[in-house]
Design a protein around this ligand. Sequence first.
Ligand code: GLU
Length: 458
Amino acid sequence: MLSTDRRAPQNGVQHSGLEPLYREVLRRNAGDTEFHQAVREVLDTLGPVFERRPELREARIIERLCEPERQLIFRVPWVDDAGRVHINRGFRVEFNSALGPYKGGLRFHPSVNIGIVKFLGFEQIFKNALTGLNIGGGKGGSDFDPKNRSDTEVMRFCQSFMTELYRHLGEHTDVPAGDIGVGAREIGYLFGQYKRITNRYEWGVLTGKGVGWGGAQGRTEATGYGCVLFTEEMLRARGEGLDGQRVAISGSGNVAIYAAEKAQQLGATVVTCSDSSGYVVDEKGLDVELLKQVKEVERARIFEYAERRESARFVADGSVWAVACDVALPCATQNELTEEDAVSLVRNGVKAVAEGANMPTTPEGVQVFRDGGVAFGPGKAANAGGVATSALEMQQNASRDSWSFSHTEKRLAEIMRRIHDSCHETAERYGQPGDYVTGANIAGFELVAEAMLAQGVI
Ligand code: GLU
């Protein structure tokens, strides 16, 4: 039995008539546990939609949604600085194009496999729908580990990766961007190789580009900023705000750094961040400039931060979620926040949790937050600001325009507010007020399902 089966909300998949479909997903995708988890989480909330809309059942929308339109797996050979040959595996899952071209990041991390890419691609369908910006869902990556690799090794890897992937991309077809292990440096190398092979300066084929050559101001900050803006909206709906709150953040990549920056701009004190070596507690509030220096410039480990800052201490063992806080923002990776962590956060009085990463909370953890009355923003909604700003980058590219940072930030704030309101209203419409998981899943699903119905059986 899957660990995800332990969760049994009253309106879960087993009460909705969707259980046979879920069993079929398990059978067809044996071993892809993260994908099972992501599908399960969505199906658990869709029962009431199917009760109201039997035609969706007849059109087999769920069966089609759970089967990617196209899955690409390819060999990525490359040569390291010492002349040794390496073989990695590349992936791109083009999941659903009902609302627009496939859109979603590339992840370079040793844990990447087809199941991980499918889970991320599946989530991306609903997240992208929620942005309201007409983008389909896809995801890709490789089990390549960029850690301790030189710039030239990363460049050669990216060139080899793109030498296969380019034929599947295009501004109206599939538009990748970054994710874990893929930032501005990698997007630069990927874009260069795409241009070289195709002989086309096609801005819209990748997002997250450098600001001087077609990138959007504010894209780097967007996921973290958006997550905090979403949190602020959730708190506002409860008559509070971020000002004066104590915030715990996990991770120290792009999402975590800019979540910390925005939270502190809004008056919160961010007391933690982490990486795979441990976590830092800084009671005075994170020095975001120092964090950027350590992680973005030096690409060093997080204990370096603690070594250079008097108010900070480094903790090598245990969970960052043991630190008491009012607001928790998991911004590291999938399933990093467990049931035990959730219990300890609730015991310590957490009021709001928003997922900056994709599916960082286990299903059991989510259930603890729901039972504990915590405002819980699932990643599909809370971290949609990154991909939304990618869509804004595509708009700028299409019109050969470039907007100011403040203009993009204003658009981002409007988008996050809209996403919040649509999740909030949808949850109310389905009799689950304050349940952002139900709201996000149903609101995203309705948009995709409508487009799929209209476009026929394809
Ligand atoms: N990887 C990011 C996400 O999880 C961004 C994707 C994009 O900008 O296309 O949404």
